[in-house]
Design a protein around this ligand. Sequence first.
Ligand code: CUA
Length: 267
Amino acid sequence: MGIGLLPLLGGCRGPLSVLDPAGPSADAIAQVWWWMFGVAAAVWLLMIVLGALAMRAGRDRSGGKGEWPGVEEGEHRSGREARRAEDGARQRRIARRCLVGGGLLLPGAAITALLLFGSPAGFHQLPWPGAAAAPLRVEVTGHQWWWEVHYPDTGQRLRNELRLPAGRAVDVHTRSADVIHGFWVPRLGGKLDAVPGRTLVVRLQADAPGTYRGVCAEFCGHGHAHMTMVVQAMPADDFDVWLKTAPALAADRTPAVATAPAPEARP
Ligand code: CUA
């Protein structure tokens, strides 16, 4: 069945696919996803095999006529009790092994592995000094229901559009002007909540120039589904030229520029 589903993974591409990473931050997340998928699939297969073996063993055992296979009709009563006690001890031994193995060792190993693989992926999303050469700083503020993008170095402002240089780390400082929003460009990096009164930072990077998409990943009201963003990764030189020469727009916080139509206008 698993192999039959493989062609469907072709559907995992697209502008909002985590499984189609376009930079190191997103790549780290995709790798964790694939490891989790692989291990979960292996555990699933193992459980199916164990279940089938257990059913077969149970059938073989109950195949005999008596309750205690091998016990002769005329066997001494004390012998039968001894067998029963031995069987009980075996059951307790198995239960103890299941508890220690399945309840302590297995989850312990799984959580340790997840920590070892997951933590480096998390570090990729953090604005660690020294981890990237001169990351670009961009401030993104969530509004109901649009994104305000600000480049503090030059004063540039964009609405529902994020421009960034390809091949360079970009530290996105997220904020919110009203409720909690979720800043997310799935092909370039991790998801981060934009929380009122706080500034949280996520590091994105696009390996190649291109157009990507961002969304709001936290329900924030009736315009939530339309709170999207176009992300343009430009060749680094073009980006520098744009950043220096494009006229800086004045900060405009009026929600009138929101792209989301009124809910009653939609079917
Ligand atoms: Cu903003 Cu959902």
